[in-house]
Design a protein. Sequence first.
Length: 183
Amino acid sequence: MKKFILYTLLSLVTLGLIGYIYITVTPPASPLETVTFQENGNDISITYSRPYKKDRLIFGEESDGALVPFNKYWRTGANNHTTIELKNSIIIDNNTLNSGLYSIYTFPGKDSWDVVFNETNSFWGIMQPDPEKDLFTISTPSNSLDQSIEQFTIDFIPSPPDGPPSTGIRLRWDLTEVVIPFN
């Protein structure tokens, strides 16, 4: 009986060690990334997980098997929800987003996306945040790209020289690009 207990404990420790090594050594399928913007008095960081295309249909109709179906909730990345942290307030489409930590989720469409800023900031998985905690939603056009982007990417772009005085949060994946202007 003592040998059985000893072998069982040894097996559990071995399995636990193998699991720990697998989790810590194997790179994640959708690595976590934080991008920052520090310019013109703004101090913004966005943290998100970056899934890969892997020969899949990314945006499209649900009936066509799209990974992210049009007009359906998307956490805007993988694993944890995408979060935005601000050290100071910014204006997004006439809405003020005060300093703090918020989640961003989207409803991608064929020609435009609804982008939602929610006061909740710690979600894992595919559950949609409580809509009662939505601060505001904006609609922004989606653009087609000439070349496919393999890995979901969020970055910041400066305002165009002949455009309005704003900067943008840019979301790109596969052949789709969305820019969220802010001042």
